[in-house]
Design a protein around this ligand. Structure first.
Ligand SMILES: [Zn+2]
Length: 161
């Protein structure tokens, strides 16, 4: 028997198609790329999340000379949110990036490790995290949950089976 997995996502030509709240969040993610510490990859990533309470948290990639020690913007943001707002789930997360001294026009998606980390928060708070993905300009993708980006994920349920 063959099964098929698919999911729907939104694609817009630019941020003008977004609601004011989403546009403002994406703007924050683009702005915060300036705070990335990325001397090795020169790839500056910014993430900004609106929590259910309306609070805003941000994260940027933080690299290390020992490369695997570095952390992506998304997971830095999750740590930031967990400490400052421990019981306030993320509603929407915007992610942007740019190579050093360049712009970017293609939406990029979180790496596999960050998909796993985001999924854990969705399970913990029993609530999907909307993802807004875009470069510094150009098209915007919106995905309804991290779970849709990680089908057949390993979760705590698997640990107990
Ligand atoms: Zn990542």
């Amino acid at each position: 028997m063959i099964h098929q997995h698919s999911f729907a996502y939104e694609e817009w030509p630019d941020e003008l198609a977004l609601s004011e709240a989403d546009r403002s969040l994406l703007h924050e993610a683009r702005q915060v790329t300036a705070l990335a510490y990325a001397p090795y990859s020169n790839f500056w990533v910014g993430a900004a999340a609106r929590l259910v309470s309306g609070a805003l948290v941000t994260g940027t990639n933080q690299e290390n000379a020992s490369y695997p020690v570095g952390s992506c913007a998304e997971r830095v943001l999750l740590g930031h949110a967990a400490v400052r707002f421990p019981n306030d789930p993320i509603d929407t997360l915007a992610i942007s990036y740019h190579p050093k001294d360049k712009s970017s026009q293609v939406p990029l998606y979180p790496c596999g490790m960050c998909r796993q980390a985001l999924l854990e928060q969705e399970i913990r708070f029993e609530r999907p995290i909307r993802l807004i993905l875009s470069g510094m300009e150009g098209p915007v993708h919106i995905v309804g949950s991290a779970e849709s980006l990680l089908p057949f994920a390993f979760t705590g349920k698997g640990l107990r089976s």
